[in-house]
Design a protein around this ligand. Sequence first.
Ligand code: HEC
Length: 180
Amino acid sequence: MNTATSQQTSNRNSRKLVYGIGAIIIIFVIMQFVRFFIPEFALDNPPVTNTVAWDSPETEALWQTACADCHSNETVYPWYAYIAPVGWLVAHDTHEGRSKLNISDGSEIELREMIEVIEEGEMPLPIYIPMHPDANLTDSQRTALIDGLRATFGSTSTRDANTTTTNTETSGDDGDDDGD
Ligand code: HEC
């Protein structure tokens, strides 16, 4: 029989497997260095040039829990952020979040948008919740955060704060003019 040939084939196969695993390991190791060269994937914290005068420590704490990692330059990167490719996703979300809203750099703060995304459950980003269960705010925490953001940022963007009350919803209007 051809035991010799089948032995050769299996040798060749195991060599291929070893090479394959070696290649994957090498690629994985190279991936770990990408963040040092591509700014998009950097786990950075640019300097804080604007400090927020929070209305209360509670508001600040809620913000830190649910929003700060993606909307400030005081991001606390979790351990898995240091492992590519997961870290690329973390860095990407952080940079994109900061580009829309960053309380650390003096850029404009849209109070009305902040309130909207919290009310609609768009923020914090759902992908953030599994590894940050505390960021899954309860209804009362959400209300407290919104009130606190109003109190904190209301004066710097009054225009925004006021437009929330000009809601033209007419539910309950029975259409007659008896005054109720
Ligand atoms: C895991 C990262 C992450 C967290 C945590 C997070 N955000 Fe965001 N945020 C983003 C990203 C990414 C965007 C831009 C993409 C988008 O709008 O979905 C964004 C966009 C926004 C915008 C702009 C929306 C728009 O339509 O332009 C606001 C306002 C905002 N976030 C507020 C918040 C608030 C308030 C919290 C906390 C309750 C929060 N975010 C938590 C990542 C995050």
